[in-house]
Design a binder for this molecule. Sequence first.
Ligand code: C2E
Length: 827
Amino acid sequence: MTTRIAWIDPDPAHARRALQLLALRDRGWLVMPVPRPDAGATALQDWSAVVLCLGEGERQLPDWVPAGRWPLLLCLPPDGEALAAPVLRTASRAGCLADYVLRGGEGDHLPELVRQLDLLLAHGGTGQLPVPLLQVQLQRMQTALGSMSQGILQTDAAGRVNVYNPRVLELLNLPAELMATQPTLAELTQLQIQRNDFGTQCELIDVRGRSYVLAGALDAPPDLYWRRTRDGRMLEVRTRTLPDGGLVRTFADVSDHVRVQSELQRSEERFRSLCDLSSDWYWEQDAQLRFTDIAGVAVRQDARLQGLQGHSLWDIAAANMDEADWASHRARVQARETFRDLELKRIAQDGSVMWISLSGEPIVDKSGALQGYRGVGRNITERKRVEGEIERLAFYDPLTGLPNRRLLMDRLQRLCAALERSKRYAALLFIDLDHFKNLNDTRGHDLGDQLLAQVARRLRHCVRASDTVARFGGDEFVVLADALAFDPAQARLDAQRVALKAAQALCEPYVLGDGETYHSTPSIGVTMFRHPVLAPEELLRQADFAMYQAKGAGRNVVRFFDPSLLAQMRARAELETDLRLGLPRDELVLYYQPVVDAGGATIAAEALVRWQHPQRGLLAPGEFIELAEQSGLILALGRWVLDAACRQLAQWAGQPGLRELSVSVNVSARQFRQSGFAQEVLAAVQASGARPERLRLELTESLMLSDIEESIAKMAYLRAQGVSFSLDDFGTGYSSLSYLKRLPLDQLKIDRTFVRDVLSDPNDAAIVRTILALAQSLDLGVVAEGVETDSQLEFLRQHGCPAFQGYLFGRPVPAALLESSLLPSAA
Ligand SMILES: Nc1nc2c(ncn2[C@@H]2O[C@@H]3COP(=O)(O)O[C@H]4[C@@H](O)[C@H](n5cnc6c(=O)[nH]c(N)nc65)O[C@@H]4COP(=O)(O)O[C@H]3[C@H]2O)c(=O)[nH]1
């Protein structure tokens, strides 16, 4: 029970000092300043002791002295011992302890007073005197109140403060002496109003308490209000009314709480505003990894993100994640690892795709238990789209949408690795469209593109979804068919079926441009392989080689790669590399073969290319021209020949005896079809200073068949500049009179195969005669090629052939040799 001491003191300063000292001693007493009990003794019922102090000049005890009812300690003026005697007697008679202390100056007596009080109470507790149970309880209560962090006060029904603790004095800055007088709440409020404790407009009190305070604390108090003190504390004031009409009021210093709250609020506001400014969003998951909080502008604007709420990642169908991916993410979460950039592809019911990226870290409580995860999310749909676009551009052919060469090589590489496990055969089909260049060059790229796009579609439809169809470049396509049979014979049949199906699909008529029907055929080379495989490049070379064999076999053919031709293929590949390197190294040379007139005088020379191969010696065109055609090197080669021939012409122009020589140059189909061909010729003429009238270009019939109008235009243009044209190998092709008449030609060349057998084969003789007659009627010059014998010459002469070329007059030789044979010897 709390020791409850009534402190009756008319001197507030004295009372305050005494109470402070007692508080310092920390006896746990509840010392209650009470007014002079002249109003009666009813309020003084449960005291453990009563201290009755007389003021400095008081010489008389009050009428009412509580002697005999409670242990009593008198604090008397310095010479007031006499006053004590009757009191002590009364007390003694009543069996109650009483004692006295004389006041000293400056409060010297106070320690003694406390000591006496101690003694008084100690004796009171020994059993010499009855100590009421209530007194013990009061003592406890006093200790409790004294140690409370909250201020507390209690009033009676009249609003008089009869209980309070030191903390209230401190929090409200109330004078102890005032409190000792048992002021009313209204008086305390008045005091604080006077001191401006509530602010001039009571603004330091929140709205809940403002009117109550303004009304002088006379109305019914609110249960709760907050007020700020002038020293900046925030107090939470709670009031509870008691059944007897009194009230208990507590004052809690919530400054720290408020500060933390406002800091939290500021931090929350900062977080929110950052969230609002950012396109990223914030998320939190509970221990079951369900999204509990998803915040950010992006979320507010997107119902699909709001839909994540309440779901765990495992509930989310992510199209890009398979079981293994989820398992690995689960393992990370179980290990409570931080994860970054987990990318999920979500497909909404309306089919729209959304990519999100999540990064998160675990939330762990003090005991180490997982509370969940928190992190940031980002909508990466646009980034993924751009990445996809970049990938498409990097790995797909824009015209056909098929994988390009790079992606094909990647897939081929992967397939090669997979074959180790599957042990099955796979096949690589190299498909080239026959005569595509004709279409492209003669009918324009638009139609060419249309054809390629249709070819791509057909190929895709005739292979399995797992097979790869790629556009390798130009009119070349590659099909990669995997998972063929284990058995080689069966696998070959499988591959053949794929190739024939592709061939059949591509042979169907195409509708191009304005509904025009076009026919195309493919040449297909196939190579088969299984583990262990060659390098992907080598496989492609094999299929490519087989495709050229298909072309060589007359086009529209399927050819399987024949390993026995491997050496040939390699040699070809090597030669191509050599030629590529040899061209810029000036390894080509021009030989010249004389063309003579009926009198045997050399009137012209045909430039015939040779390749001075560093290892293999002098190579004839038959060994590399076709290769140059197929590899595209023919363009560079043709340009080189033109330049070299023009330079030669220019050089001969300065030499009497040679200056009238014409030079004829063979022009390949591909070279002639180039759009800048005419300019290229003129550039060579101009650069060298050759006379264009001395330059003759030899074209073949087939070359002009494809686009006769364009051929005519080109020839006419060059002819206008002085360049002349000869039709080579005349008679071997489709020789149509109708177009022969239209071509701006100067000369026909009778092919050497007719000349060879002109004496033995009546057909050839007839053809030669016809050509000569034709030339005459069209007013064209004629040169008979391959004249080797006098008899052949004789026959040709008899039938009016004006010019001849052949071993009979001279083989192709270097320019210097031709010159020396033509010029009078220095001797
Ligand atoms: N059996 C026999 N052959 C004779 C006789 N007289 C000449 N020849 C050969 O017949 C070929 C004539 O050239 P072509 O018909 O234009 O046939 C040429 C031409 O189509 C092509 N060619 C040569 N040089 C070039 C060139 O610079 N550019 C292009 N595009 N093709 C060229 O290579 C082909 C072969 O050229 P070459 O091997 O030099 O072979 C030459 C020449 O050596 C003879 O009396 N008997």
